[in-house]
Design a protein. Structure first.
Length: 430
């Protein structure tokens, strides 16, 4: 850089190079929490789906601080987490070239949403994926092989992972029939205990409450929102050139010296913006809510007047209705609505005050996200505003219908009485 009068920081962060598109749509876990054999066997990750954001009111519990026992308003992300299903088990052994799989063992009955993942076009296929495995591995000689593989994993494995699938088809706003698949490491206990624990989960639903707890801190791994091919001003935040610049002004004026005769990696260039793999560490779980199908008051707090669910009035924009179990995570998470999130236990034990604080929510906002919503539920709105024109018209129509039906009944009764009298007269005349 030539002489300049003032210094300034560089534009853009070099900490995430190269800025290229992610290979897959799901967050990939490269590191797992450290195993502690003294604990009981447990899972360390879960798949969930981003629904939207809202805000909460809670009371701070920080003794010694001026904010102790005072109310704060904080933004939270609403994550829908349908139960996962365990479909397999894999054991890894340590070799001189790294870790290698010993055997992969599958459950006997595999759901169609998982078998779809092994075929490119399920509709045109013969739909026979895994049929031979389930036929041959659970009878006679196949059963012996199956037991031998499990025994080999117990004997030689360094660590064990459960192969689990998500259930996007249970989410009301999603049309995806193919599930996302994740290998989840089992921590705690000896290897034999881990294998027995994994086998006990086969073909069963795993709720998110069995993996995480309220007030726990987790990491969120996801793919950010994609923006396609972008120029240097939008991608790196460089300053535009003066208005009269020849051949455009949304550019970098000098991309380097004559020698070395190449463009440096630190020079901002146009390219892919967004759809990058990112990790949001240390997000606090403010609440783990039950399904709206089981609990119609799964978002009710101390300050609420009526029962309400976590779905705001009119639904989450771009997502719809949250009807499965859900999580409230502090702050934002990467990616757009409906994108799959990989939630993982933290890699190290956090002991600071913010991480160990117990959360008690006083209020969760469920007003409409499509405007300046004043009401938390439709019942509250109707009580305050009175019946709408549509409701009043429908009520009038019902009243008219009931009057009409009651009038017909009276006429029929009168007609019947007249007939009996006339018949009696005719009889006396005869």
């Amino acid at each position: 850089m030539s002489h300049r009068k003032f210094e300034r920081p560089r534009h853009g962060n070099l900490g995430f190079l190269p800025r290229k598109m992610a290979q897959r749509n799901r967050g990939r876990i490269r590191s797992w929490p450290k195993d502690n054999p003294s604990h009981d066997p447990h899972l360390t990750a879960f798949l969930a789906y981003k629904a939207g954001m809202t805000h909460i009111v809670r009371e701070l519990d920080v003794p010694g601080s001026k904010m102790h026992k005072k109310e704060v308003v904080e933004a939270v992300s609403v994550i829908e987490a349908p139960p996962m299903i365990a479909v397999g088990l894999v054991g890894y052994v340590k070799t001189i070239k790294g870790y290698a799989t010993i055997h992969t063992v599958w459950a006997q009955h595999l759901p169609e949403q998982f078998r779809r993942t092994s075929v490119r076009d399920w509709g045109r296929s013969s739909k026979k994926a895994f049929t031979n495995y389930t036929k041959n591995m659970f009878d006679g000689a196949g059963k012996k092989t199956y037991d031998k593989q499990i025994l080999a994993i117990k004997r030689y494995a360094a660590f064990v992972r459960v192969i689990a699938i998500s259930q996007p088809k249970t989410i009301k706003g999603m049309r995806q029939k193919r599930s996302h698949v994740l290998e989840i490491q089992v921590n705690g206990g000896c290897v034999a205990d881990k294998v027995n624990f994994a086998l006990s989960l086969f073909e069963k639903e795993i709720p998110v409450s069995s993996v995480f707890e309220d007030s726990e801190v987790v990491d969120a791994l996801a793919i950010t929102t994609g923006h396609g091919f972008e120029g240097v001003v939008h991608r790196w935040g460089v300053t535009r050139l003066p208005r009269k610049t020849h051949k455009g002004l949304r550019k970098v004026a000098c991309i380097g010296a004559w020698h070395p005769a190449r463009v440096g990696y630190t020079v901002p260039r146009a390219g892919q913006h967004g759809y990058h793999h990112r990790v949001n560490p240390h997000l606090k779980i403010y609440k783990i809510g039950t399904s709206a199908l089981k609990d119609k008051a799964n978002a009710r707090c101390d300050a609420d007047l009526t029962d309400k669910t976590i779905t705001p009035m009119g639904g989450f924009r771009g997502f719809g209705i949250v009807q499965n179990d859900y999580l409230l995570l502090k702050g934002s998470v990467p990616g757009p609505k409906k994108r799959v999130l990989t939630l993982r236990k933290t890699l190290r034990l956090l002991t600071n005050r913010a991480s160990t604080e117990k959360i008690h929510l006083k209020f969760i906002d469920t007003s409409s996200v499509r405007g300046h919503g004043k009401f938390q539920t439709t019942e509250e709105k109707l009580k305050f505003m009175g019946p709408t024109k549509r409701v009043a018209l429908a009520k009038k129509a019902e009243e008219a219908k009931t009057k009409k039906s009651s009038g017909k009944g009276k006429k029929d009764k009168k007609g019947g009485a007249k007939d009996t009298k006339s018949s009696q007269k005719k009889g006396t005349k005869k």
